[in-house]
Design a protein around this ligand. Structure first.
Ligand code: ADP
Ligand code: MG
Length: 456
């Protein structure tokens, strides 16, 4: 295989297997294929520290992926590639600026997207419209076209993983694109609450207010989080009034309609219902298949219609799970060098749905070793009573995985980890679970660790 082609495919595979921040921090434009000859691949990294990090943490994964893709056993080595250090555009300052003119605007747009706190994946272009979301989509398009003029507020509700966050963020992207002067801010009800509490504690409520009240388009996801919290509701009420009377757009999402949100003050509930309410229903099989197909196209994946149909019929819990199965399926196929067929798909969504990543023979010892390897910490430190974050965090990840993957009792986990108190284990498992539920950084890391189980 042509080395550059192999490298491009390797990067694509890594992008699918790793969390987005990991891929961007360590691989995207940060690695190069320096040489490939006689079964030895040399991969370049910009600095010594990144070389060491990538080598330790991802060396094995790279070797596996590249060997499978090329069909021969490759050795992988890492070198420092100084050309990677500078962004290409600044390497030749004397070149005419003709080609650089579009760069700043693109960069500026990227900056606006990141200031607005939006995920670049969640656009209208990547949103599939079907019977379950047609009205919600139409309202969203209209809001994006004329913010604060058509439907204000727009209250979007529906179950878990049906596309609320995606559609809400699509409104934000579209407005940033077509209304260059408007500012957009996406935040969750939980983040709003936490920021407000922090502002009160540090006596910076003025700053908090001007931040939220100075926005042209406020997107608040999972607003029901503020229910039952008096101060937050009070603050939100005033923020809402300020924005609304100032002709600013507000969009909110929730897992249920306002009338079903318990412990919500009447005045706040009535604000939610002022504008337009629209729901997204769970997608049917055809819609799930259409969404899968669109995700495959985005990622340049070729799945037979048989496999697509099978996944769409069998993974019914949420679109997020459906996407998870797809990623697992593709990653495992590449890493184990197996064809992406119905057989593998059956395994991917089998009764213990994560079975593809966790073969039954997985032992506690393997989990502990893999996590230690992943975070580059020693097992003796994990079992010790040291409490610094570099040790405590991997330790909690181990607790979580021993519990969720093997179903071990808290007492047994406590014993395995050097005889701690079992309440410490409960706390550790809860903590990681919460972060995983909120798709924090650790959830990507856990996905990567599970992928490593496959390689052992
Ligand atoms: P919710 O906020 O309702 O829990 P999300 O917006 O986070 O759900 O959607 C979960 C996943 O499903 C996301 O990756 C999203 O891109 C995808 N998804 C949901 N609905 C659609 C759709 N109609 N078209 C494309 N992707 C979708
Ligand atoms: Mg959501």
């Amino acid at each position: 295989m042509d080395p550059q082609k192999l490298w491009q495919q390797t990067l694509r595979q890594l992008e699918l297997s790793l969390s987005k921040p990991t891929f961007q921090t360590w691989f995207k434009d940060k690695t190069s294929l320096v040489n490939l000859s006689e079964g030895i691949v040399e991969i370049g990294c910009p600095k010594t520290y990144s070389k060491e990090f990538v080598e330790n943490r991802y060396g094995r994964l790279l070797k596996q992926i590249m060997s499978n893709l090329s069909g021969e056993r490759l050795e992988v080595r890492f070198v420092v590639d100084p050309f990677l250090e500078k962004p290409k555009a600044s390497q030749s300052p004397l070149e005419p600026t003709l080609f650089q003119t579009s760069e700043p605007t693109l960069e500026a747009q990227d900056k606006r997207i990141s200031l607005a706190n939006l995920n670049s994946k969640y656009t209208f272009e990547s949103f599939v419209v079907g019977n379950n979301n047609r009205l919600a989509h139409a309202v969203a398009v209209s809001v994006a076209k004329s913010p604060a003029k058509s439907y204000n507020p727009f209250f979007l509700y529906g179950g878990v993983g049906v596309g609320k966050t995606h559609l809400m963020q699509a409104i934000g992207h579209e407005i940033l694109k077509t209304h260059p002067k408007l500012s957009v801010l996406y935040c969750t009800g939980e983040a709003f609450t936490n920021e407000m509490i922090a502002a009160i504690q540090t006596k910076r409520t003025q700053g908090f207010r001007s931040k939220f009240r100075g926005i042209d388009v406020l997107l608040i996801d999972d607003i029901s989080f503020i229910a039952g919290r008096d101060t937050t509701q009070e603050e939100f009420f005033h923020t809402f009034n300020d924005l609304h009377s100032g002709g600013k757009q507000i969009v909110m999402t929730s897992d249920r309609p306002p009338k079903d949100i318990a412990k919500l003050e009447m005045r706040v509930r009535s604000r939610f219902e002022w504008g337009m309410l629209a729901d997204i229903q769970p997608p049917d099989t055809d819609m799930r298949e259409a969404i899968l197909l669109s995700k495959c196209k985005q990622q340049n994946l070729n799945l037979s219609s048989e496999v697509l149909h099978f996944l769409a019929e069998n993974v019914t819990s949420s679109i997020r799970d459906l996407e998870g199965s797809l990623t697992r399926l593709v990653t495992t196929a590449t890493m184990l060098g197996k064809p992406l067929d119905l057989n593998l798909a059956r395994q991917a969504v089998g009764p213990s749905s994560s079975s593809i990543n966790t073969p039954k023979r997985l032992a506690p010892k393997e989990i502990i070793e893999t996590v230690c390897d992943y975070y580059s910490v020693k097992i003796t430190d994990i079992k010790s009573h040291r409490r610094n974050a570099e040790i405590a965090r991997p330790r909690q990840v181990i607790m979580y995985l021993l519990r969720t993957e093997l179903g071990l009792q808290f007492m047994s986990i406590a014993k395995l980890l050097g005889g701690r108190d079992h309440t410490t284990i409960i706390h550790g498992v809860e903590r990681i679970k919460k972060e995983v539920d909120n798709s924090g950084l650790v959830s990507g890391q856990i996905g990567e660790i599970k992928t490593l189980f496959n390689l052992n």
